[in-house]
Ligand binder design. Structure first.
Ligand code: PLP
Length: 472
């Protein structure tokens, strides 16, 4: 493809993107295909001769699109959303066009300085302490690894990077509802899953901090070294909130590193009604939050905030000759995280924040929260359904439970599994599940970028009608 053809094809693709997003509800959200169907439909050898773009694009439309899950459909309610928005998509196009690798200030000064600026903007908007500093990673999983490496290095006087962990006596704590990325991070940094204590939760699924303190005391008595506590501000299953206040106190009392996983719900700190939580963050050591979940920014974009950026850098920096920089007073973000090469993610955040403004972002969040309240109330009034937790921000957890049928938990599990499967098969909605205190529940976060009240009404009608077919 030459530059002129790039221009013609680029225009065509913008038209395609426009139509895709305009008609997104016409695509079945979850494709109805069998494993390996796509793989087997494509040639098993790479083409020797280059092919015409039209042909490639044709195959994209005919063979790839039917096998895609359409995450931007407003009726996608599975897992957590991967928000996207027009300004963010356009920024992604510019990022790809420039193709800059933003590992150091020298390799892209504007990218580096914009990263500092947008992370400062977000830090202020969330009410995080002024002296904290942010960096943009691909995912929260990486952020948690960076946090735990910093904790490990600090505790070992920055020796374990060189000598490896000697005589591992470390213990790390999170709740049973913490995301699996915590355990992965604990494995990755060489401490081992067996040294991760998953603390029981209270009935609202927040960490039982009384038990946390008991475990810490027990470990100290047995000559273990409590290394870090990970609290979750918005758990994956139900968006439950660990008490930052109480866990923060415990971390301070026993001088334990405290990392906050706010990957999904961190964005609510933009809202005045949730701002009070920010004051408990100042005693923590790090916090992660993903604009790529619920803040209108295309995947990937995950923020890591460090109380002390110098500790983070000291734990992660490495300076081979070919990457030495003569500049001072600059940030070389390669030293703030795991990977060397970095995309220019700050641009999409800058486009999003400027396009929506803080006012627009708050309005966006509040709209989702009020739609969730609306649906939650509708479900609560229907005798065939049961809400399985309170409404946490914009996350509804519920199950089909026709009271008259008097079904056991096990029977209800198969009933609700069937309900999710049948609903997902319609292609008009996509839901996933979790288990809450032994109860199989449907999760429904209301957070798609373009969702509106009509979508909610239609989804609820669909849920009721598919349920009626199952229970009749
Ligand atoms: N933490 C929480 C609470 C999550 O819900 C998730 C993913 O859903 C993660 C961490 C991991 O996020 P990522 O995919 O950015 O690594």
């Amino acid at each position: 493809m030459n530059l002129e053809e790039f221009k013609v094809n680029g225009h065509k693709m913008i038209d395609w993107m426009y139509e895709y997003l305009r008609d997104i509800e016409k695509y079945p959200i979850k494709p109805n295909i069998k494993p390996r169907e796509i793989y087997n439909s494509l040639p098993n050898k790479a083409p020797f001769e280059g092919e015409k773009f039209n042909k490639i694009f044709d195959d994209f439309e005919k063979k790839i699109i039917p096998g895609m899950t359409h995450w931007q459909n407003p009726n996608f309610h599975a897992f957590f959303p991967a928000n996207s928005s027009y300004p963010s998509i356009l920024a992604e196009m510019l990022i790809s066009t420039m193709g800059a690798q933003c590992m150091m200030w020298d390799t892209s000064p504007a990218a580096t300085e914009l990263e500092e600026l947008v992370t400062d903007w977000i830090k202020d908007s969330m009410g995080l302490p002024k002296n904290w500093k942010g960096v943009i990673n691909d995912t929260a999983s990486v952020g948690t690894i960076c946090s735990l490496i910093t904790a490990r290095e600090e505790k070992t006087n920055f020796k374990s990077n060189h000598e490896g962990i000697q005589n591992n006596r470390f213990k790390i704590y999170c709740s049973k509802e913490a995301h699996s990325s915590v355990e992965k991070a604990v494995r990755t940094i060489g401490i081992g899953s067996n040294n991760l204590k998953k603390i029981n939760t209270n009935s609202n699924l927040s960490m039982n901090f009384v038990e946390l303190e008991k475990e810490i005391k027990k470990d100290l008595k047995n000559n273990y070294t409590p290394l870090a506590i990970i609290s979750t501000f918005g758990t994956t299953g139900t968006v439950a909130f660990d008490s930052l206040k109480d866990i923060g106190k415990i971390a301070k009392k026993y001088k334990i590193w405290h990392h906050i996983d706010a990957a999904y719900a961190g964005v609510i700190l933009f809202l005045e009604e949730y701002k009070h939580n920010a004051k408990y963050i100042k005693n923590a050591d790090s916090l992660i939050f993903n604009p790529h979940k619920w803040m209108l920014t295309n995947f990937d974009c995950s923020l890591y905030f460090a109380k002390d950026k110098n500790k983070l850098i000291k734990a992660l920096e490495i300076h081979p000759e070919y990457l030495k920089s003569k500049e001072s007073e600059i940030n070389n973000y390669k030293d703030w995280s795991l990977q060397l090469g970095r995309r220019f993610r700050a641009l999409k955040l800058w486009f999003v924040i400027r396009s929506y403004g803080l006012k627009g972002i708050k309005k966006y969040l509040k709209n989702h929260i009020s739609l969730a309240i609306y649906l939650y109330k509708r479900i609560s009034k229907n005798k065939n359904f049961e809400l399985t937790t309170e409404l946490n921000v914009n996350m509804i957890n519920f199950r089909l439970n026709p009271k008259l049928k008097n079904l056991s938990n096990k029977q209800l599990e198969s009933l609700n599994e069937k309900l999710i499967n049948n609903l997902n098969k319609t292609g008009k909605i996509y839901l996933s599940h979790t288990v809450i205190n032994g109860i199989y529940s449907i999760r429904m976060p209301i957070a798609s970028t373009s969702i509106n009240k009509t979508n909610i009404e239609k989804s609820w009608e669909l849920i009721k009608s598919v349920s009626n077919d199952i229970i009749k």
